[in-house]
Design a protein around this ligand. Structure first.
Ligand code: ZN
Length: 299
């Protein structure tokens, strides 16, 4: 089904009412808007997975992907509910596949919220020529910030550096759904952005903290899902990512303590217990991960 047909059907089916069980089921199977529960869901599109909560009073969106997919998102989301005048966009961190649609949301009167390190990281990574045209958050926070959105309470929390130096975890408290941004690459070798302030050691601690703050019923949305393992998961998936990063750091530390060179340490093909991890290019490979761990442990 093409997008127009999908949007059209969705518009006809909702006609301004709440999600019916039948519509809910239909949407879950057809995307790119995947409802989870309590009018919270995710959108796959292109780039980092987006999250959303929408009612007739307000709309909260997590991450903006790219201009064209942000436009696709906005042309579909208001068929689910009207969204009302309160419009918020959270940026989980500064990477291009999570913030390049910011301008599309800003033009549609969204307030953009992010951790205080994100706007500068965005400008630095844009480079001197395009830094002035960067569209960054106009509201920033240090530890956490809470937004009331219709029947939902949304809290963004910063747990210190992880994937970058400005990551947020977004909690939809009533729905018990948590958007992890890129703090979880579900069974992918993650990008570890050392230049952007990443810190593997704290990344491990923060995943453990988040898993503890959640419960068995919490659903997590991952910045990068996996065809075999899903775009969403539970706290076991969060802890599996913690275990991978722990293994990465321990393995690299052992090599350094043994007097091995970086080349020798990174000559390994895979860790046996994480053989299901996929690589999406040189920057997202075990070798790149070991390089980042080596840098962290030797600096
Ligand atoms: Zn990222």
């Amino acid at each position: 089904m093409n997008r127009k047909t999908f949007i059209h059907q969705l518009g006809l089916l909702t006609a301004g009412t709440a999600l019916t069980p039948a519509l809910f089921k239909w949407m879950q199977n057809n995307g790119p808007f995947y409802p989870i529960r309590n009018n919270v869901g995710y959108f796959t599109g292109r780039g980092g997975t987006m999250g959303w909560h929408i009612t007739d009073e307000s709309v909260v969106v997590v991450d903006s992907q790219f201009e064209n997919s942000a436009e696709d998102f906005l042309s579909g989301i208001f068929n689910i509910a009207s969204g009302g005048p309160s419009r918020y966009l959270f940026n989980t961190h500064h990477h291009g596949d999570h913030v390049s649609g910011n301008g599309v949301f800003q033009s549609d009167n969204f307030e953009i919220i992010a951790h205080q390190n994100v706007p500068d990281l965005q400008r630095v990574s844009a480079g001197p020529e395009s830094r002035d045209s960067v569209i960054a958050a106009n509201r920033v926070f240090d530890d956490e910030i809470t937004i009331e959105s219709g029947n939902e309470t949304v809290t963004a929390k910063h747990y210190g550096p992880g994937h970058t130096g400005g990551d947020s975890v977004i909690w939809f408290e009533n729905a018990n759904i948590v958007h992890m941004g890129d703090l979880v690459f579900n069974r992918w070798y993650p990008f570890i952005d050392k230049d952007g302030g990443a810190l593997i050691e704290n990344w491990i601690t923060l995943l453990e903290t988040v898993a503890k703050e959640a419960d068995r019923d919490t659903t997590f949305i991952f910045g990068h899902g996996n065809r075999d393992f899903g775009v969403t998961g539970d706290s076991d998936d969060v802890l599996y990512m913690r275990d991978y990063l722990t293994k990465l750091l321990e393995y690299t530390r052992a090599g350094i303590d043994d007097g091995q060179s970086l080349e020798e340490i990174s000559s390994v093909n895979q860790f046996e217990e994480f053989a299901n991890h996929q690589s999406a290019g040189a920057r997202l490979s075990l070798q790149a991960n070991i390089e980042a761990a080596y840098e962290e442990l030797t600096k």
